[in-house]
Design a binder for this molecule. Structure first.
Ligand SMILES: C[S@@+](CC[C@H](N)C(=O)[O-])C[C@H]1O[C@@H](n2cnc3c(N)ncnc32)[C@H](O)[C@@H]1O
Ligand SMILES: [Zn+2]
Length: 376
């Protein structure tokens, strides 16, 4: 093994990673990029792709368009035995050299390596018989520039996953840049991660519409460093749109999804802000998440995956946006009460309420802010 590469294990796969990537705060891009902190993202990919491929009827191929050293794709090839072929692509030849070494180290023989610009790689897979059952887009920054080619390279009925790491843009620090990249604007709120995920889904849906297909979200996941969406690409059969806005009132804390452009809070009548256009439909598919929970046990993944998935299952039918227990306490000018207690009180008052996978100290409910404040 070269002295600058270190062997580590993720899941049941051995990886060779640049030594500096394990010690430096921000993993260096040279000689090749590897982020050890994205392990949980790869764990979730393993569970999601396995779940998806179990029921997928066509050729079980995986297209990794921005593979880096192949940490995700070679784990897929090694840990998901049902996958027939894995295409590992990156522009960095040094990353591909390492990826090939990793495949040999794990005795994986179904990987095809290529050194192409991601859109070129994906375009080479846009013919119907060349498309991927699963396609992943995992760039530095925004995935928006790759989404057209990625959708074209995904089987109808296939799964597309895309990651975004341009957090400042999605969190509302640069609204003009967000509008340019995602066709929608965020507002700065306590539930900014949900708005970010909905903006990525909204943009993907808009591009899919142009290509005469539609998306159906199966699962989303985020942490402090990235957002990731998993959507099924389907032939467009109807024109029902799950695109709209999220109205947020800074004055009274009111928030909800709406299909209309309106700027007045329906509770306190103050001027409210609108985030969007963005995805206002469900973020999760309940059956899919339930199957992910069952399949999780087959893999060597982080313990937190199961707990997060259980929260996703519980919140699948809840309306968009959540409330943090801190902001409720702040509005009440009192110490926060526990999440479990808050949820229990809301249930007792006859409303629905669940924890949310998007924030450990927050809940989703169909009660309005004025109702929550009088209940809690
Ligand atoms: C975030 S890393 C990928 C990490 C990898 N998917 C994983 O899970 O470990 C992004 C990769 O994209 C590659 N890259 C950047 N721009 C590219 C482009 N236009 N086409 C293909 N690869 C590109 C970089 O060389 C880098 O390896
Ligand atoms: Zn208001």
């Amino acid at each position: 093994m070269e002295s600058n590469l270190v062997e580590i294990t993720e899941g049941s796969t051995k990886l060779l990673v640049p030594r500096e990537s394990l010690v430096e705060k921000a993993p260096p891009r040279e000689p090749a990029f590897f982020n050890p902190r994205a392990r949980i993202s790869r764990d979730f990919s393993i569970i999601a792709y396995a779940t998806f491929l179990k029921n997928f009827k066509g050729p079980k191929t995986f297209l990794d368009s921005l593979s880096g050293i192949g940490a995700r794709s070679i784990r897929i090839a090694n840990e998901l035995r049902e996958v027939e072929q894995v295409f590992v692509n990156d522009v960095n030849p040094k990353a591909l050299e390492i990826a090939e070494k990793i495949s040999k180290l794990n005795n994986v023989t179904n990987c095809i390596f290529s050194e192409n610009e991601a859109c070129r790689f994906l375009s080479l897979h846009s013919r119907r018989d060349q498309r991927g059952a699963v396609v992943d887009v995992d760039p530095f920054g925004s995935p928006s520039r790759y989404l057209d080619c990625a959708i074209r390279a995904t089987f109808h009925g296939g799964l597309l996953s895309a990651t975004a790491t341009d957090l400042t843009v999605l969190h509302g620090l640069f609204p003009a840049a967000c509008k340019r990249k995602y066709y929608g604007v965020p507002v700065r709120t306590k539930y900014g991660n949900e708005i970010a995920l909905r903006l990525i889904l909204g943009c993907t849906n808009l591009i899919a519409g142009r290509l005469d297909v539609k998306i159906a979200p199966l699962f989303v996941q985020n942490n402090m460093h990235y957002y990731k969406i998993y959507v099924k690409v389907l032939v467009r059969t109807d024109d029902q749109e799950e695109i709209g806005y999220i109205l947020n009132c800074k004055n009274c804390g009111n928030r909800h999804a709406t299909k209309e452009v309106k700027n007045e809070c329906d509770i306190c009548k103050s001027k409210a802000e609108l985030a969007g256009p963005l995805w206002i439909g469900s973020l999760y598919n309940k059956d899919f998440v339930n199957e992910m929970i069952v399949n999780e046990a087959q893999f060597q993944v982080d313990k937190s995956c199961k707990k997060i998935l259980e929260k996703c299952r519980d919140e699948t039918e809840m309306p968009p946006t959540y409330f943090t227990i801190d902001e409720i306490a702040q509005m009440h000018r009192s110490a926060p009460i526990s999440l479990a207690k808050t949820i229990e009180k809301i249930h007792k008052a006859g409303f629905r309420a669940t924890a949310t996978s998007l924030n450990p100290a927050a809940f989703k409910t169909d009660a309005r802010i004025d109702e929550i404040l009088s209940i809690v």
